[in-house]
Design a binder for this molecule. Structure first.
Ligand SMILES: [Zn+2]
Length: 486
């Protein structure tokens, strides 16, 4: 397997088949799930931006050991519980502007396909049956370990602890598990049971994308053994297909250098983050990093909870972007027609430069930098515009506004109406900074009255009082608005 950069040529011109290993739905989605979903949603959106049609398949593991364990511990029906978490997962991901997949296959809806592929593996001499369980015999697949760079000999020697006596060799893995009493189960040629974890992805990829498809993605932690096992299963069953032509793995999310883990207590739910800083801020923070890079995530414990400082900073930057868009919209109208004709230098270069960056292994951090540069140019035009022809200035801003939205969409940001985003952000900051809205509104009314009575000294004094309360006034053509100082 090559780990260097290669030029990408899809199997079918103009179309890309992409498979992403999705969640095992036994608990609410955490921030790591959100990062993975955002990373590959950015890849998908970028591919679309670059002119490709993407068939995006992301599975749901809705039955497995963890689901059964959690359901039993909490006295729930495993399948009802996993269906509920699967629906919650999609609701949560939508808060980060993650698009729904084209197809979202579930294990429980693919049992027949899974049984067929296990039967083919047995027929091909790649798998064996032991008392109702079926195992993949890894030694029958010589390329095993190529993706992860592991050697079969080391794997055989390494797993001395808790060896299942019924396996022929330690690296062999379960394709089918016989049912224990009280577990959900399906009929099979080997008795009642359920699929092992890895086999579902082999069954689902071939069904929805064919034996060979373009892109397979997932978290770095899935390279071994999950993706290694998928290759062994798919190639072992099919013999012909290459399976995935390109692999993509997203980087780990680290907390102060530590990997996120339940035992370290640094697992945060996705919806908790979206409530605290807004879903789009997490998205923004995520696309500031390339999908394959590790990401450092900081959390500060404060009285009564936690603060996500780097996400707050992302939210601050994003709010500046939205304010600029709002100013452009006020001048030229949302989606204002740029029309043909001259624009100022830099007003029509965001799209080609972003295309170049995204075509270079999805370099989204460069796109964020380009968005920042273009916002700066927009603000200069909005602030001054002196010496520039009125029509050229207007046309340039309309062009910039359109390009900002198109490029934003390519990385999944700037999709909201600026007013909606800014209002929601103010509500969040009001909560975080414990600002009393009624008191602010009282002061605003008092100031309006003072101004009407031409008592400007009092009006100015009220502005100072509001500043002390953490509130800044914005006098706009539409009247006086306010924002939280942050
Ligand atoms: Zn998978």
């Amino acid at each position: 397997m090559r780990r260097d950069k290669v030029s990408f040529v899809p199997l079918v011109p103009g179309q890309i088949g992409m498979y992403v290993c999705g969640p095992t739905t036994y608990a609410p989605a955490h921030v790591g799930h959100a990062f993975s979903a955002i990373s590959f949603d950015t890849v998908r959106r970028s591919l679309k931006f670059l002119g490709w049609d993407v068939k995006y398949v992301r599975n749901v593991t809705d039955i497995d050991d963890k689901i059964i364990k959690r359901a039993h511990e909490t006295n729930q029906d495993p399948l009802a519980m996993s269906a509920r978490f699967a629906a919650e997962y999609n609701r949560d991901m939508a808060r980060f502007n993650v698009l729904p997949p084209t197809i979202e296959p579930k294990v429980t809806e693919h049992i027949a396909e899974i049984i067929q592929i296990v039967e083919r593996l047995i027929a091909n001499g790649k798998a064996y049956v032991v008392e109702g369980d079926v195992y993949y015999e890894v030694s029958t697949f010589p390329p095993y370990g190529r993706l992860s760079g592991k050697h079969l000999e080391d794997l055989r020697a390494g797993e001395r602890i808790a060896i299942d006596e019924r396996k022929r060799s330690p690296p062999d893995f379960a394709l089918w598990k016989s049912a224990k009493p009280g577990e959900p189960s399906w009929d099979s040629p080997w008795g009642k049971g359920r699929p092992g974890w890895h086999i579902e992805c082999s069954a689902m990829t071939v069904k929805h994308l064919g034996p060979t498809f373009d892109l397979h993605a997932g978290g770095q932690d899935l390279i071994f053994p999950h993706h290694e096992n998928e290759i062994a299963q798919s190639q072992g069953a099919d013999g012909e297909g290459t399976f995935a032509r390109y692999w993509m793995h997203n980087g780990f999310l680290n907390f102060a250098g530590e990997k996120m883990s339940k035992s370290l207590g640094n697992v945060f739910n996705a919806d908790q983050i979206a409530d605290a800083v807004g879903g789009e801020a997490l998205r923004f923070f995520c696309v500031q990093h390339r999908y394959s890079s590790p990401v450092e995530f900081d959390v500060e414990t404060v009285e009564g909870g936690v603060r996500f400082r780097s996400l707050e900073e992302a939210d601050r930057r994003l709010s500046k972007f939205y304010k600029t868009l709002q100013r452009i919209d006020l001048l030229v109208g949302q989606g204002g027609d740029a029309g043909e004709g001259a624009v100022v230098p830099g007003a029509d270069t965001l799209i080609p430069r972003s295309r170049e960056a995204l075509a270079d292994d999805f370099n989204s951090p460069v796109v964020i930098a380009l968005l920042g540069e273009t916002m700066k140019l927009a603000n200069q035009l909005l602030d001054e515009g002196k010496g520039i022809d009125k029509q050229v200035r207007r046309r340039s801003l309309a062009r910039i506004g359109r390009e900002l939205r198109l490029v934003g969409e390519a990385v999944g940001i700037l999709l909201a109406a600026p007013q909606t985003y800014l209002t929601e952000r103010r509500e969040r900051l009001v909560r975080t900074n414990k600002i009393e809205v009624a008191a602010v509104q009282g002061k605003l009314a008092e100031r309006t009255a003072a101004r009407a009575a031409k008592d400007f000294a009092r009006a100015d004094a009220i502005r100072v009082e509001l500043t002390a309360m953490g509130v800044e006034l914005l006098d706009t053509p539409a009247g006086t608005d306010w924002q939280v100082i942050d």
